[in-house]
Every structure is written in C-alpha cells, then in structure tokens.
Ligand binder design. Sequence first.
Ligand code: ADP
Ligand code: MG
Length: 357
Amino acid sequence: MSLQIRDVSVRFDSQLVLDHESLDVSTGEIVAVIGPSGSGKTTLLRVIAGLLRPDGGRVLIDREDVTDWPTHRRRVGLVFQDNQLFPHLDVADNVAFGLRMNRHSRPEIDARVAEVLDAVGLADRSGQSVGTLSGGEAKRVALARTLAPMPRVVLLDEPFAGLDDELRTRLAHDVRETLKRSGVTAILVSHDPTDVKAVADRVHHLADGVSIQRMPVESIRPLRREVLRAGMENQSVDFEGDDEATTFHLAALDHAGRIVATSTWLARERAGSPGRVAYQLRGMATAVDFQSRGLGARLVVAGLDVLAERGVEIVWANARDAALAFYRRLGFTVEGEGFIEPVTRLPHHVVVRAVNP
Ligand code: ADP
Ligand code: MG
C-alpha cells in the first residue's frame, strides 16, 4: 500500500508548523522523517492517521484520497514512544485489542495474536502481565498490537526514545525485520539520525524554517554574550581574529530572522599538524530555547562544507568536556591531555577531524 502526502500544511494559531510538505512512500517501504523537536513530525503523523485535519493538502493511501476519512477507516497503525499498553491486560489481550474492535471471531483472533507474537519473538509471553515486561519487550508488544489488524500503513513516533543505546540498536534491527517481513508501508519519525539509519530505507528531512547563513560578527555578538558569557558579563565577547579576512561566522536563523545559534571559524594552524591548512572552530553557541534541536550539528556540517571548498585539511576546536560526545558523533577525535580553559574555568580537550576524511 503506497502513501502520498501532497502539499500538506498545518497552522496552529499564527504558527505554520507544516508548510506544503510532500512525501511519497512506496508499498513496503520504510521512510524515516527526521527533524528537530518541534519541527512538526508528530503533527504529520496525526494528519496521516486522521487525528488532525490539515489546513491544506491531501493524504492518499493506495492512490485513494483519504483526507476526509475518519481514522478507523484508514487502517493506519500507530506505535507511540510510550507504547500506551493497557496495564490491566496481559500480552495476548493487548495484542488482541484491535482485532476485538473489528469483531473478528475468537479462533481468528487467537491465530492472529499467536502469529504476530511469534513475529516479534514473544510467542512464549502471551499470558504475561505487561507490567512485568522489559522496555524492549514492551516495545515489541506495542508493535505486535499495531500489526495485528493488518494495517495498510504503520506510523512509529520516536519509538526508541528513552531506551539505552545497546537496546535501541538491537530493537531497531528487529523492528526493521518485522516490518519488512509483514510487507507493511511504514513511516518512522525521530530526531535521532542514528536510530533511523538502522530501520529506514530512506530519510526525509522535515523543513523547520531554520536556515544557516554567513553573518557579520556584529550580528552574532549578542548571542555569544547571552550564551557563552552568561553570568560573566564583564568578559569580552570579541575573539582574537574575529575580523580577519579569512574568518567566517555562521548563524542559524529561525523563520522570523532571529539568530538562534552561531559558530566562528578561524584560520589557525594546529600545533600537532604543522604545515597543514587548518581552521579552528570557536564560539559555538545555541539560544536556550533552541537547544537539543540539532542546530549545533547543522552549523558544524555547514562549516565543513565551506572549509572543503577552501581546500582546508584539518579542523580543530577546544571543546568543553561536556560537549565531547557531540564532537565525536560528528567525526572528531579527542586528542591529548585535557586542560582548564581560563575564561570559563571548565575542563576542555582538543578535538580534531579531517575536513574530507
Ligand atoms: P515534533 O513532533 O517534531 O517535536 P510537533 O508536531 O509535536 O513537533 O509540534 C510542532 C509544533 O506545533 C510545536 O511548536 C508545537 O508546540 C506545535 N503544536 C503541536 N500540536 C499543537 C496543538 N494541538 N496546538 C498548538 N500548537 C501545537
Ligand atoms: Mg513529536
């Protein structure tokens, strides 16, 4: 069953959350929709499921326009982050729930429940109380319950949020296998790019109205002051080298044009790599209300593009220890002994990466 989203727009009060979104998913395909928190991922799933009427645009399942259909006629299954299992029902009764609503016969229901529990590797758990399941098992039950009524499309909303890394990896693999074996068309939404790679055939980025642009240093100083020098207002927010011709400043601007994240890139040799063309990344700062939305990573990726065009070989930074995981995810390696940075008095390490690894 294919799924088409055509020019879907959703507005809440004055906020345009989805702006002419279009997406085609072929039969049996798994597409990941990613975007930072607040970019409208859940809203898009609610539109597909028929829980929210879009202000514009159409939803087609198997080429049939279902935009005006009620939820129950669409045969769309949802898996939520928190599973939403019924705590007073055992595993089998949770899985049977949707089938009972559709008034199947008892033997039909029992057979289908056994089939989907087997598919998710929980055949021996049917009588167990859902309260005693591990996080991974509960997720499998939620998936089995969604698949039981043979939906045409399955929507998974941040299904791995809150699970530890090792479990996510294993579960992501199993979820993919189960979806592929059932042949169902699926959309997975996530703000975490690593989750989606393990599950999806393809990634669709939701536009969130934030754009990355080169900006003059005067425009980014207020954000530096607010974020980097919070509580240290007497400290200068000018960096040595800010005005050099080779220096550039990248900023993320929200849809209203407000600067919500910044970074500065300076031509600076790296002590450990003499003779190689190097840049230093400095002054990464994200406005408090835009943190955890992936803007830092987008600024780094945009900066690496500029460096690659300039033929730069190495980029390095003095990173706060609290940010080392962020840099590692972006391909940087941590080098040498740590040190206490004199202005902030926080522990730091040097991080380095090749511009074109
Ligand atoms: P995501 O799932 O990507 O984090 P959501 O789709 O939940 O994002 O929300 C997108 C934006 O729409 C957010 O700014 C959110 O506050 C707003 N929003 C979501 N639902 C409603 C609603 N029912 N009424 C008003 N605003 C909403
Ligand atoms: Mg959401």
